[in-house]
Design a protein around this ligand. Structure first.
Ligand SMILES: [Zn+2]
Ligand SMILES: [Zn+2]
Ligand SMILES: [Zn+2]
Ligand SMILES: [Zn+2]
Ligand SMILES: [Zn+2]
Ligand SMILES: [Zn+2]
Length: 476
């Protein structure tokens, strides 16, 4: 049986492209209200061309509508209910390129996962964690107070040891003859500029460590060699290149020169002596080295604690020549008989293994998990609503991510309209609430080194450190 056309009734649907008709106006309105084809406001009895138009209509008619979502038109009784809905239902995709390989991520937690779990071809998980450990340690030190004082104490013992060794008069060449092969064997091949000029410009702006002026790390290594523990000095580029340069009597491409009379004591003893001339070729590393001699190491961008950053790490800074032990560079009172022991300790005990949310105080097993927790804005935890969330995030991700709260792009157009006040009947200006969102962006850690030059690593099976943010987290 062929389907018969519905007979035309008295009231046709007001939408031109709709052929339906009804016996009564009420039936027709009810059809428009419940038809998925029509964007009709039943409260105001108005037809709209699109759901966007209908949503915007609701947004600017607070007299007839509750607070409406301008994306989908859903209505809410409270501003917080509306905001929560927008955050949960209408997430804005981020655009976060990985600093290492350039892959772009649309969620901050996906980028962190990429770095933390070894999915990046350029940045290793150890490097990533190293940046976090570095930030964590530097933050503790820069707070000042007892931690900083203790760190200064440890470092200043290096100065004392320095002077002592120099006065003792070391025959560098004798020591080196015995160890030449050893020194050559461990020589680092990556004697390249390890910091970009951009990082150098940061130098004056952070509190420097106590002056290492003239305290050439090489001299310290040589001095220690003379004490008969030469076999332990095979950890860094400095020892290797220094050994070679002194045997040949010239400076190497490393730009680091042997300066047996560069200490503070020698400056006092020989005030008229000329400073060691700089190497002919300019290198960033040499520049860094000079800055370091003048201002002390920059703890912000120097991995002074990291045995896997040979350009930055000098175990002698933490050697106490009085008790003949090495101190842990961290805020930790452990001592070690050898550099190797110290390395093992740094690599295992100071690896961050747990992450704590500063707002809800829950622990997370990975940066990725805590990042995902922070990103879920609809969650009960208020961490991402804190004033200093950006500072926290920067520390949590070792400087790879920063964040800024912005007005959502779909809420930028937000005109003020005149609306009749329900109570007074008078016309009054009205501006609907504009939703904000967190825009994450990829940033560059201060201690970032161009890939391939330095493999900073922190590993070990059991970690003891907890990432715990102690800053101010103000609730909005
Ligand atoms: Zn219709
Ligand atoms: Zn309406
Ligand atoms: Zn919505
Ligand atoms: Zn990557
Ligand atoms: Zn320690
Ligand atoms: Zn939390």
């Amino acid at each position: 049986m062929p389907a018969s056309l519905e007979p035309i009734k008295k009231i046709k649907c007001t939408y031109e492209d709709c052929d339906l008709s009804f016996d009564t106006e009420k039936q027709m309105r009810s059809h428009k209200k419940y038809s998925s084809k029509h964007d009709y406001c039943a409260v105001c009895n108005m037809d709209f061309e699109s759901c966007d138009d209908l949503a915007m209509h609701k947004v600017f008619r607070p007299d007839n509508h509750n607070l409406a979502c301008r994306i989908c038109g859903d209505e809410f009784k409270s501003k917080s209910g509306l905001n929560r809905h927008i955050e949960l239902s209408h997430k804005i995709d981020q655009k976060l390129p990985c600093l290492g390989c350039g892959e772009v991520f649309y969620r901050a937690s996906l980028m962190v996962e990429h770095l933390e779990f070894g999915h990046c071809q350029v940045v290793t998980p150890e490097q990533f964690l190293g940046h976090i450990v570095h930030k964590h340690l530097v933050t503790e030190l820069l707070k000042g107070g007892s931690a900083y004082d203790r760190f200064m104490q440890k470092i200043s013992k290096f100065d004392a040891a320095q002077d002592y060794e120099e006065e003792g008069g070391i025959d560098v060449n004798d020591v080196l003859d015995d160890n030449e092969d050893e020194a050559k064997r461990v020589r680092y091949d990556a004697i390249q500029p390890e910091a970009t000029p951009v990082e150098v410009t940061h130098l004056g702006s952070y509190p420097p460590l106590p002056s290492q002026s003239g305290a050439s790390s090489i001299t310290a290594s040589m001095g220690r060699m003379s004490l008969g523990r030469a076999s332990e000095t095979v950890v860094g580029s400095e020892n290797g290149s220094a050994a070679e340069s002194s045997t040949k009597g010239t400076s190497t491409s490393s730009g680091r020169q042997l300066k047996p009379w560069a200490g503070r004591t020698s400056a006092k003893l020989f005030p008229g002596a000329k400073p060691t001339p700089p190497p002919c070729e300019f290198s960033i590393e040499h520049h860094d080295h000079q800055m370091e001699q003048e201002h002390g190491i920059n703890i912000m961008n120097t991995r002074f604690w990291d045995p896997r950053s040979p350009g930055d790490f000098n175990p002698e800074r933490f050697y106490d020549s009085v008790i003949q032990l090495y101190f842990c560079p961290f805020i930790c009172e452990q001592t070690f008989k050898s550099i190797e022991e110290m390395d093992n300790h740094i690599m295992s005990s100071h690896r961050i293994s747990r992450m704590k949310c500063p707002s809800c105080l829950k622990y997370y097993k990975s940066v990725t998990a805590l990042m995902a927790h922070c990103e879920s804005r609809g969650a009960k935890c208020q961490v991402n609503k804190a004033d200093d969330f950006n500072i926290f995030l920067n520390k949590l991700t070792g400087g790879f991510l920063s964040v800024e709260e912005k007005v959502r792009p779909d809420h930028l157009h937000n005109p003020t309209v005149m609306v009749q006040d329900v109570d007074t009947g008078r016309m009054a200006p009205y501006t609907p609430p504009a939703a904000r969102y967190l825009q994450y962006s990829a940033s560059r850690p201060v201690d970032w080194k161009e890939p391939g030059k330095v493999a900073a690593q922190i590993g070990g099976k059991e970690g003891a450190e907890v990432f715990e943010y102690k800053g101010r987290l103000a609730k909005c």
